[in-house]
Design a protein around this ligand. Structure first.
Ligand SMILES: Nc1ncnc2c1ncn2[C@@H]1O[C@H](COP(=O)(O)OP(=O)(O)OP(=O)(O)O)[C@@H](O)[C@H]1O
Length: 741
């Protein structure tokens, strides 16, 4: 079954040679090329209503008979990963020979036949995702997905301890007879190093193609992505007061930017594949998609768990064969702040915290699985149960956050009679459409509640990611149900991949910019924000809007996007020069106070945007202590600045205080929003009552008066806090800028 491999090819090949295929993903191509296998496999794509599976076409017809001969396995594994991969999967999915071919058995048949679903192996009613201490595992070499040539070059260890390089007693057993010991240890070290090089946070953007509706409405594709670059440009059409059009360009830089012709397979390679081996090494990894409704989150997320399961099972059945690793799947959703088990008839779940502040999801079913087909069926089942609704943009819109978890467990000492303990976990989150949180026009109460929860989740998620990457002791899990549930994914050794999905159409420009700004925040919050992503030092500053001024360049920003390095300098203004003729592109021009005011009134609406304008301007103007270089911001100057910051006495302390105060402001703001929602609910009840015949006017007046006072008090409190924080920011500027020449 090599057709799939030919169809997909490497990313470059795919782009250049298969443009006619760009409307749909390689999974669908795989479907075509592997049609025979698909038909024979019969497990079927998801039916109507199943959002995660309809295009995920890993059709495995696997049995002992079609496993490759041992001498070819390394080669196949190499083909399975990275650039050369793209086979339809059946060849590579090496399951335990005892696993029967799923064939066309139905779900119920499978359930009774497949040992992986035997009821005795379901998790107990009370599943504590966290109380199972992560087993203290030795460092394990994970050659499988890094280097196909090495994949099977390692010995098949006879027991788990064989893989413990620190165990001298076992070294001889684990060491391949034909590999010198120092090579073996070198490989171990290299593997560990590779794991360490997988970024803690990776932000990837994926653009989907224009859909039929958008084409019919003659909407334009306003996103340009240069081939093989990690930046994209949004061309926003704007109107001047005299109603002439102009185009404003917004450029963003991310870890990876995926064009509309990039297949789901390539998305997997770019995002999840590198972190799969890490979950055998005690890592909790999370991959989530973010974006407006209809931007392709589900389309993107849907195939990832299957592809990951495929790789996990391959590692389990080859590299870690006989080591007692087990794979468990659970699938649940958070809807309106409540949890529902998608694999157990949407049974309501509750979250509890034990004495050790470990979060437990009471009643969540976990299934022990040993084949991708079984996982596919479980996901299909879960998707059919998921809450969806219709939005203007997407007929089958996700109204909930769906969380699918693949957990690797192992019984202590490999003794299966003991309850298995969690080793690592990979969580996939298909978030509800991001714009729902902001939808205040909807009169439907349920939708408003959904929106509030979604908004809260997205903010909380960003803050947790930030805290996580900064190794903060306090991680604000409690910000939302989503972050509480994911609590254990934010502690210890963790990896996060965020895929921002964007629509290319002009009609979605505002949502697209919001999505990209959120992604930019997440990226810029990252301590590991790679300076290698910087544009060459000599490049001119791209034409950007004020709000995107940094292009992800400054590496060390807080969650409002102001840079720790830059707060010391009073920032000069900047403006965007408008070119009055038709649809011409806007370029950043020289600075001018009046234009800055105009820019502010037209464009800048948030503290973050103001801060970023300042930052861009700062970069352009070359602050006095940053002498000599006229080029755009560079890695070396960043280091210089950091050094200078360190040289300032107590600067770190002040920064930390400031960051803490910012955190408190955000928390107070969130609380105020929640209280406001409660007040609005009360107000609506009051209005309903007011409409009832015979209502008491006195009562109405006194209650309305109390509500308004409460509202006003909330706003005044928050304003006071904000003013205090602004004062502190100013003080900080003075404090930091004074020692700099
Ligand atoms: N990269 C892509 N290539 C081809 N079609 C795509 C792509 N991304 C999305 N689509 C199509 O666009 C439509 C909407 O996608 P999808 O349901 O994944 O959006 P979503 O972001 O999950 O929306 P919601 O938040 O409302 O659930 C679907 O019909 C999907 O098949």
């Amino acid at each position: 079954m090599n057709g799939g491999a030919t169809a997909i090819g490497g990313r470059q090949a795919h782009r250049s040679g298969h443009h006619h295929q760009r409307q749909f993903s390689s999974d669908q191509l795989l479907f075509d090329s592997a049609a025979g296998a698909a038909a024979a496999g019969g497990a079927g794509a998801g039916g109507a209503g199943s959002k995660w599976l309809h295009s995920a076409a890993i059709h495995h017809s696997f049995s002992a008979s079609n496993l490759p001969p041992p001498q070819q396995q390394g080669e196949y594994a190499r083909m399975a990963r990275g650039v050369q991969r793209g086979m339809s999967g059946e060849l590579l999915l090496s399951v335990e020979p005892s696993t029967p071919n799923a064939g066309s058995r139905s779900w119920s048949q499978r359930q009774s036949e497949d040992e992986s679903l035997s009821p005795s192996q379901l998790s107990p009613g009370l599943l504590d995702l966290h109380s199972f201490d992560t087993e203290l595992l030795p460092d394990i070499p994970v050659p499988g997905l890094y280097d196909g040539l090495q994949t099977f070059g390692y010995p098949r260890a006879r027991n788990f301890e064989d893989l413990d390089p620190s165990s001298t007693a076992n070294k001889q057993i684990g060491k391949p007879s034909n590999v010198p010991e120092n090579n073996y240890l070198k490989n171990l070290a290299a593997d560990k190093e590779r794991l360490a090089s997988v970024a803690k946070i990776k932000v990837v953007v994926r653009k989907r193609p224009l859909n039929k509706k958008e084409i019919t409405k003659k909407e334009e594709d306003i996103i340009t992505i240069e081939q093989n670059s990690n930046s994209l440009t949004v061309h926003e059409t704007k109107l001047k007061v005299d109603l002439t059009e102009y185009v404003e360009k917004h450029e963003f830089v991310f870890d990876a930017v995926l064009d509309e012709d990039v297949s789901n397979e390539e998305v997997y390679q770019e995002t999840v594949e590198p972190i799969v081996p890490a979950i055998f090494q005690r890592t909790k990894a999370t991959c989530f998609a973010y974006g407006q409704t209809g931007s392709g989150k589900t389309y993107t997320m849907q195939p990832l768990p299957l592809k990951a399961s495929h790789d996990i099972l391959r590692l389990m059945h080859h590299t870690y064969r006989n080591l007692g690793f087990q794979l468990f799947v659970s699938f649940f959703e958070i809807y309106g702040g409540k949890l529902f088990d998608l694999l157990n008839d949407r049974r309501k779940l509750c979250m509890r915290e034990d004495g050790k502040q470990q979060v437990c999801i009471v009643g969540l079913q976990e299934y022990k699985v040993s084949s991708v087909d079984t996982i596919r069926e479980l996901i299909e089942k879960g998707n059919a149960t998921r809450s969806t609704g219709t939005t203007g943009a997407n007929e089958e819109s996700s109204r909930s956050h769906a969380i699918l978890q693949l957990a690797i467990k192992r019984s202590p000492d490999g003794n299966e009679s003991k309850p298995p303990r969690i080793v690592g976990k990979l969580s996939f989150i298909d978030l509800a459409g991001s714009e729902r949180g902001a939808d205040t026009t909807d009169n439907d109460k349920q939708t408003r509640i959904e929106g509030a929860e979604i908004n809260k989740s997205l903010l909380a998620l960003k803050e947790c990611i930030r805290a996580l990457d900064n190794d903060q002791v306090h991680i604000p899990f409690r910000g939302s149900k989503l972050t509480e549930v994911l609590r254990d994914s934010f502690i210890g050794d963790s990896r996060t991949v965020m895929i921002s999905c964007i629509s290319p159409s002009s009609g979605s420009c505002e949502h697209t910019l919001n999505t990209l700004r959120y992604a930019d925040r997440v990226k810029s919050l990252s301590k590991s924000n790679p300076k290698k992503d910087l544009p060459p030092a000599s490049s001119t500053l791209p034409a950007v809007s004020a709000s995107e001024g940094n292009n992800g360049i400054a590496s060390d920003k807080n969650n409002f996007g102001w840079s720790k390095q830059f707060v010391r300098e009073q920032s000069p203004p900047i403006y965007v020069d408008r070119i009055p003729s038709g649809r011409e592109d806007v370029q950043i021009s020289s600075m001018n106070g009046d234009s800055f005011k105009e820019q502010r009134s037209n464009k800048i609406s948030t503290a973050a945007e103001i801060a970023e304008v300042s930052e861009t301007a700062y970069q352009q103007r070359k602050p006095s202590w940053r002498k000599g270089k006229a080029e755009a911001y560079s890695a070396s100057t960043l280091e210089d600045n950091k050094q200078k910051l360190k040289d300032v006495p107590d600067a770190d302390d002040h920064l930390n205080d400031l960051l803490k105060e910012e955190e408190e402001l955000v928390t107070a703001h969130r609380k105020q929003v929640e209280e406001t929602l409660d007040i609005i609910r009360e107000e609506m009840n009051l209005l309903v009552e007011a409409d009832q015949p015979g209502n008491q006017l006195d009562d109405y007046i006194s209650r309305l008066s109390a509500i308004l006072s409460q509202k006003a008090a909330g706003i005044v409190n928050l304003q006071a806090r904000l003013a205090q924080f602004q004062r502190r920011l100013n003080e900080h500027n003075v404090l930091l800028s004074s020692p700099c020449p």
